[in-house]
Design a protein around this ligand. Structure first.
Ligand code: NAD
Length: 423
């Protein structure tokens, strides 16, 4: 008999009963159910309030990247990631940058864009004029929605409109610019966009469909830059290799995607650990990379007149210290304490520095010994665990596989058998 995934009232069940249903549906063992029931430091009742249909939590390793010095201040960087080597590479790169004077950063004001889509407009230019003429009234209405944000100096600051041509005819797209202060701002901006839409319909004689924040947050950019002395990075040949790698990524979208992914390895790990919306960051980074032309890299590395390495990164950074899960997730709250950032803009700048470090770590390895040797030891341990190694066996199996250059589950199983036989 085929099983149905239609479960009437699933959301109304207590998490324990949902889990019992999943157990029967998927044929989970009692051990598997027990693992799911063990939610550790994120209590199930909290998880159940954070999302819908919760049945458990998904633990991810969290570690600390060390050595970061940004604008003269030292930071320890918590990172949640399943990928081996990320934290080691970030720490190593941060140490190199530190030797060159640390990271320097800057950012714009934390302004997000809310989009309002007006369709079925008869006269685009007139509709646009009507909206712009009513700017003061529309901003007032938007700001009425969030007195708390206003009290912190944030709120709707400006408004613009542009006409776009689409497969379904002309549309008027209104942009509402909202200073979100220490919030990521999606809820705040969406609420404002919805609130001013009836008036925009009236002004334009059109119909409003979408009212939503844009993740292409070009008004909320964070920038980081650094100089690494050539002797620290491994000599002029390595500097040249990194500059060539950067030029490759700037010119080729296939490489740029991986280059940017390397920077995001670090950024997303921190964003995740803080309970912020990592999809928003990832969407923003990639959209920004393609904003001015073909998809390209978000960071750049060159050799300066002294032969040293200079790098910089710039990307949208829509993160918050309040809102979303940042204050509800008990671990995210502790992570924020470790990070010790005082504002969302400082947080965004730290993230930019982390991205630049991660990018440097990957490029240095790629242009020197290759990425695999660094990856291998942690990868080998994962393979050992997958093959069933436990405790002290894990390192023994990993070491043997690396020595033999056979990092594979079948080989790991053989070594485990040999070790078990000897015991
Ligand atoms: P939120 O509404 O929970 O919190 C923001 C509010 O906190 C502000 O509006 C303000 O009233 C208040 N606040 C208190 N102290 C503040 C301070 N110092 N600075 C600024 N505001 C302060 O959250 P949010 O940040 O508006 O929205 C973030 C959430 O929206 C995330 O969970 C995200 O996943 C989600 N989301 C994202 C998208 C998207 O990115 N496309 C779309 C929808 C929802």
């Amino acid at each position: 008999m085929t099983k149905s995934s239609v479960v009437s009232g699933f959301y109304k069940l207590p998490p324990k009963e949902r889990l019992a249903f999943i157990r029967d549906f998927a044929g989970l063992t009692e051990d598997e159910v027990r693992l799911l029931e063990n939610t550790g430091s994120l209590p199930l009742e909290v998880a159940d309030h954070m999302i819908e249909n919760a049945i458990g939590v998904f633990p991810e390793p969290m570690g600390i990247a060390v050595n970061f010095q940004i604008n003269g201040k030292d930071y320890l960087i918590p990172m949640a990631t399943e990928e081996p080597s990320v934290i080691a590479a970030a720490s190593y790169a941060a140490k190199m940058v530190r030797d060159g004077g640390g990271f320097h950063t800057s950012s714009t004001a934390p302004v997000m864009i809310g989009q309002i889509q007006v369709v079925k407009i008869k006269n685009g230019d007139l509709a646009k004029k009507q909206v712009l003429d009513a700017k003061a009234e529309l901003l007032r209405k938007a700001n009425d929605q969030d007195p708390v944000l206003n009290s912190f100096g944030g709120g709707a600051k400006d408004l613009d409109a542009r006409i776009i041509e689409t497969t379904m005819g002309q549309m008027l797209i209104v942009h509402l610019f909202v200073d979100c202060r220490d919030a990521m701002g999606a809820n705040a901006v969406n609420t404002m966009a919805e609130a001013i839409s009836p008036k925009i319909e009236q002004l334009t004689d059109g119909h409003v469909y979408l009212r939503i924040i844009s993740n292409l947050a070009i008004k909320r950019l964070a920038k980081a830059w650094c100089t690494v002395p050539k002797e620290v990075v491994g000599g002029e040949k390595v500097v040249d290799g990194i500059a060539y790698a950067s030029a490759f990524a700037a010119a080729d979208p296939y490489r740029a995607a991986t280059h940017n992914k390397g920077a995001l390895n670090g950024i997303i790990a921190v964003v995740l650990a803080t309970g912020n919306d990592h999809r928003a960051i990832e969407a923003g980074a990639h959209a920004y990379a393609a904003f001015k032309g073909p998809y390209t890299s978000i960071s750049k590395w060159t050799k300066n007149a002294n032969g040293d390495l200079e790098g910089s990164i710039e990307m949208p950074m829509a993160v918050g210290l309040v809102g979303g899960a940042v204050r509800t997730h008990p671990i995210a709250r502790i992570v924020m304490k470790i990070l010790n950032v005082k504002s969302a803009t400082e947080f965004g700048e730290v993230l930019a520095a982390v991205g630049l470090a991660q990018n440097l770590g990957a490029l240095r390895a790629l242009s020197n010994e290759g990425i695999q040797s660094g990856h291998m030891s942690l990868h080998a341990r994962n393979i050992a665990i997958t093959a069933g190694a436990k405790g002290a066996q894990i390192d023994l199996v990993a070491e043997r596989m690396i020595k033999e250059s056979k990092v594979r589950v079948d080989r790991a199983k053989e070594i485990i058998e040999e070790l078990t036989d000897k015991q």
